[in-house]
Design a protein around this ligand. Structure first.
Ligand code: LLP
Length: 423
């Protein structure tokens, strides 16, 4: 069966029982379902196929900051995806996973010279420019190596979107994008530059955007600007409308993909440009869990703490955004409920995955999963408390493979040195 399912009382991913994964990869480890990723990609692509004419189908550039494991990238590349990158490291990953550079877009407010050069040498599709000094730098680097950079300007539409203050990017006080006036200045400046071709606009208002009207509000800012730029003599042939589709973490009432596709049809498609989208979380978020083992059950006067072997360094979202993640037992799933605080071993009170959560009564050594951890899970993990980065496993039907080994202590320590004078 596809995705996360219960068989004989045990939680499985596709055909694989999670205890089997725990024995081969150890815990904590991330486990991803290839079939769920395929289904999510098909749902998004399918909604666009229905809504938009054949000659306006979007290029889907997967925002790989969500989950940049090479195997996950490879899977999405094999489905026909392009890639959105935010760093030179992500470019290196993307090229290694075999993405066609002509389907790669580079975003971010702080593109470095080396990264601009690497992107130009690879021949990426476009830079999404976030400031006028960045435009100058791109031209400078392109001139130096004799290339021409295709750029679009990221419009900051001054629309609030995003499921949390820290993941909203489209308000005028956010560091992202340019106001309409500066976009126009950018086009004018670009038209005087030899090694830059300005082709259009981009926009990304935030992530986990569940105030769905925000998308429409932001899209609505584009037609007038496109018109005024065209009147000013600028060709607008590309619109990149970003990512931000939400997924289910709890019981949220979410964006109807068909409604979103209809806005793209009604507002974006009539502008007769190439359309680019940058979905991240939607493609991989619900495809992953963090598999963990119960280390201790600690009873205090106030609480029952389920102390698990995963921590905030493995999955930062609850500590950073107070994000809700579902938690499930892998076995004995119909045990009577107990109310737990689910916490990790890190020495911070914010190392807590759930407070006062009802779960089937668990015992030391039992396995549990933290759900919806496929996006911004491993990719935000760190070595805090000198905890090794967890393993990652990909399940595909009856196949499963470790796609990243758990880090060793040697891996962690190998780039550190003690200066001679301290020895
Ligand atoms: N495009 C740009 C320019 C972005 O900055 C992002 C995400 C995306 C696309 C993809 O957005 P998505 O479709 O995944 O919502 N760490 C946070 C999320 C940060 C998102 C950063 N940018 C979290 O765990 O919720």
């Amino acid at each position: 069966m596809n995705g996360f399912n219960e068989k004989d009382g045990i939680l499985h991913v596709d055909d694989i029982a999670l205890p089997e994964v725990a024995s081969s990869a150890g815990t904590p480890c991330y486990v991803y379902s290839a079939s769920v990723i395929r289904d999510q990609y098909a749902a998004l692509k399918g909604a666009m196929e229905i809504a938009l004419p054949a000659d306006r189908q979007p290029l889907l550039c997967y925002a790989c900051k969500a989950n940049s494991n090479l195997a996950v990238l490879s899977l999405l590349r094999s489905l026909g995806c392009g890639l959105e990158i935010i760093s030179e490291g992500e470019l290196v990953r993307g090229l290694k996973a075999g993405f066609d550079p002509a389907k790669i877009v580079s975003t971010g407010v702080g593109k470095q010279k080396s990264e601009i050069k690497a992107c130009l040498e690879a021949g990426i599709h476009q830079f999404n420019v976030e400031s006028l000094p960045e435009l100058e730098r791109i031209n400078e680097v392109a001139t130096k190596i004799g290339k021409t950079a295709s750029v679009v300007f990221r419009l900051n539409p001054d629309v609030a979107g995003g499921g949390h203050d820290k993941i909203s990017t489209g308000r005028s006080h956010d560091k992202f994008g340019l106001g309409a006036e500066n976009v126009t200045k950018g086009f004018e400046a670009a038209s005087t530059m030899e090694n830059v071709t300005a082709l259009g606009l981009s926009m990304h208002i935030g992530s986990q955007v569940f105030t769905v009207e925000s998308f429409r509000e932001a899209f609505d800012k584009l037609p007038a600007l496109v018109e005024s730029l065209r009147e000013g003599g600028h060709e607008i042939t590309r619109l990149d409308i970003g990512g931000g589709f939400p997924i289910v973490y709890d019981d949220e009432k979410l964006l109807d993909l068909d409604a979103y596709a209809a806005w793209v049809r009604d507002i974006i498609a009539p502008l007769n440009t190439e359309i680019i989208m940058e979905p991240g979380r939607y493609l991989v978020g619900n495809a992953g869990v963090l598999l963990t083992e119960v280390l201790y059950i600690k009873e205090t006067d106030d609480r029952s703490f389920l102390v698990i072997d995963a921590a905030m360094n493995d999955l930062l979202r609850p500590a950073l955004y107070d994000a809700f993640h579902g938690i499930e037992a892998v076995a004995n799933r119909s045990n009577a409920a107990t109310t737990y605080d689910v916490v990790g071993p890190v020495c911070e009170s914010s190392d807590i995955f759930a407070e006062q959560r009802n779960l089937p009564t668990m015992a030391q050594g039992d396995l549990a999963v933290i759900r919806s951890a496929g996006a911004y899970g491993f990719s935000m993990a760190s070595n805090y408390n000198t905890r090794p980065l967890p393993a990652e496993v990909l399940v595909d039907g009856s196949n499963h493979a470790i796609i990243r080994q758990r880090q060793s202590f040697d891996d962690i320590l190998k780039s550190e040195t003690i200066p001679d004078w301290l020895k």
